[in-house]
Design a protein around this ligand. Structure first.
Ligand SMILES: [Zn+2]
Ligand SMILES: [Zn+2]
Ligand SMILES: [Zn+2]
Length: 254
């Protein structure tokens, strides 16, 4: 499996517009964070997790030529707003792309992207050609790849993380049940959100993400969806062995 971590910033990205803090002024490329998303190739299937606000730039930077399906964690703007640029793939390859999400995610996306359901626009292929595929909290397949949804709370809504083989990706979680935690055992790589040092009502903070990592013991943990509170160089050194802050365009092989 080949994984590219496309973006690792929280909803406003890093640097934050107008901010003059040390992280936002940092020259370290690892402190430049686009919005959270990941891409993976497994058994010939090309899967994207979320279409972030920065989707277009992420596809160009990583020269991603095709996408078979998108797994949506949830409908918040930072995770969906690049969806329109799937059009380049659906036009070039003359195909539909499946968008997988839970009921609430798809319901909200159909409101936000109402125009992609317009029959006339579809006929002219001037919108991304997409199929909304509702998933429940049970394993399903994309081609020959099994995807296991992992349900987490994000404040008061339920959203999905995903496990594919020995890789799991959780973003925007703030709580996880023991039953869902079990799905994260035996991983090679866990990607999990860690917003900042201070607690937050709708996202895990650094300590909570570390505790989850310690509970399920993946070989390697990467933290994502981080704010400018976490300067890469400084925080990374202080993390327990096997846990690192991810950075944009990080490539993994499993
Ligand atoms: Zn988010
Ligand atoms: Zn800042
Ligand atoms: Zn969110």
């Amino acid at each position: 499996m080949k994984v590219i971590i496309l973006g690792t910033g929280t909803s406003q990205g890093v640097p934050v517009i107008g901010c003059t803090c040390e992280t936002c002024r940092s020259k370290d490329p690892k402190d430049k964070r686009l919005r959270t998303s990941a891409y993976l190739e497994y058994r010939g299937t090309k899967i994207l997790i979320d279409t972030s606000v920065d989707f277009r730039q992420q596809m160009l930077t990583n020269n991603i030529k095709d996408i078979d399906a998108v797994l949506y964690t949830h409908h918040h703007v930072d995770h969906i707003f690049g969806m329109d640029d799937l059009r380049q793939y659906t036009q070039r390859h003359n195909k539909y792309i499946d968008l997988f999400g839970n009921r609430m995610t798809l319901k909200e996306m159909k409101i936000t992207f109402r125009y992609v359901l317009d029959k006339e626009l579809i006929r002219h292929k001037s919108v991304p050609l997409v199929k909304f595929r509702e998933i429940r909290n049970e394993p399903f397949e994309i081609g020959n790849v099994e995807v296991i949804p992992v349900e987490v709370s994000h404040g008061n809504i339920k959203i999905f993380g995903f496990r594919i083989g020995d890789f799991a990706y959780i973003t925007d979680g703030s709580a996880i049940s023991p039953k869902e935690l079990k799905k994260l055992e035996g991983l090679q790589v866990l990607v999990i959100n860690a917003l900042r040092i201070r607690p937050h009502p709708t996202h895990f903070n650094l300590q909570e993400a570390i505790e989850i990592s310690k509970a399920v013991r993946p070989k390697k943990t990467y933290l994502t969806h981080v704010t400018h509170d976490l300067m890469h160089g400084r925080i990374n050194e202080a993390l327990p062995k096997g846990i690192e802050i991810a950075y944009d365009n990080l490539k993994l092989k499993l």
